[in-house]
Design a protein around this ligand. Structure first.
Ligand code: FAD
Length: 282
């Protein structure tokens, strides 16, 4: 990155259509201006975007851009996951976001989810230290976790299995992140935990997303967002200000970097990064 040790990364989800893919390359090039450490590309529940994720990651790599696929076992067996990881390695990929993932909707009891610590151990067993392994962390606690301490313990388990760093679920309350980091330190976690940042783009989608993944939208924020009704431009402007302040607070208090859930859009992520002064030096 530009003038500091801060790590910056941008997340995309794979586009389905040729037009979507073309648009994504344009967004990537615009965000690449900020000289991020890497881009990442999500993996649909149950491996449903296997080919699209792989296609996008290998295209980005071929264009000389550091890119990490998200990966989970989904419904795959050891051999097919090993083959997919080998293909990534052959394409020059050196970082993976290793996840348990979720059950795709409509799938019955036949599919067994594989915990992320097991995927981390699997990758280390078969590929040694080749990959930098990222895992997911939840400052507001994973919705299925039995308790706060269990969730922290399982995060520690992912590091013990060989993960190098974690990226968090998004949150709007910085205290949730700071408290979580304290609890992680107390549990003996020393690896960096990068906050995941969700720009505010669309009220309804944000509510739907947040309810599904257990990210809390504080009452005051929900009410403030409701106030904008259909006025998307004002909502976005408010969101840019709010999220820029959140990022500033995080960085002032030693967050090691930022990971943006870009929603495949240049703005508002680019404006937030500009507000933070994270512009590469010529
Ligand atoms: P795990 O770490 O395996 O944890 C899952 C649950 O089980 C937690 O409640 C935990 O407390 C518990 N647990 C963990 N280990 C054990 C164990 N060994 N024994 C018993 N219980 C355990 N989803 C996608 O579908 N595609 C993506 O690309 C994607 N990218 C993501 C990126 C980030 C940065 C984040 C934060 C989330 C992402 N997700 C993605 C969502 C994620 O897949 C879900 O939150 C999923 O429910 C949990 O995945 P995990 O890797 O955190 O699971």
């Amino acid at each position: 990155m530009s003038d500091s040790q801060l790590r910056l990364s941008f997340e995309f989800f794979p586009a389905k259509t040729a037009e979507g893919k073309e648009k994504l390359i344009k967004v990537r090039d615009e965000l690449n201006f900020f000289n991020p450490d890497f881009f990442s590309v999500t993996y649909g529940a149950g491996g449903s975007t296997r080919d699209n994720t792989k296609g996008l990651v290998t295209k980005f790599k071929a264009d000389g851009i550091s890119t990490a696929p998200h990966l989970s076992f989904g419904g795959d067996d050891d051999d097919s996951i090993k083959q997919l990881i080998q293909e990534y390695k052959d394409a020059g990929v050196d970082r993976i976001v290793a996840l348990r993932g979720d059950m795709p909707s409509g799938v019955g009891g036949g599919m067994q989810l594989v915990y992320a610590n097991e995927l981390v151990a699997f990758i280390r067993k078969h590929f040694g230290e080749h990959f930098h392994l990222e895992v997911a962390a939840y400052p507001e606690i994973h919705p299925q976790a039995k308790s706060y301490s269990d969730d922290v313990r399982y995060l520690k388990g992912k590091f013990d299995a060989g993960a190098n760093s974690a990226i968090t679920q998004y949150f709007f309350n910085p205290d949730a992140y700071f408290f979580f980091i304290d609890q992680c330190h107390k549990a003996g976690i020393t690896q960096p935990i990068f906050p995941g940042i969700m720009p505010i783009i669309n009220y309804k989608n944000l509510i739907r997303f947040s309810d599904a993944c257990g990210a809390e939208i504080p009452r005051w924020l929900r009410k403030a967002l409701e106030n904008y009704g259909d006025d998307e431009a004002s909502l976005k402007a408010f969101g840019v200000e709010l999220i820029s302040e959140l990022c500033e607070t995080l960085l002032e208090n030693d967050a090691p970097g930022l990971h943006f859930y870009t929603m495949n859009q240049t703005e508002p992520t680019a404006q937030i990064v500009r507000n933070l002064g994270l512009i590469p030096v010529e």
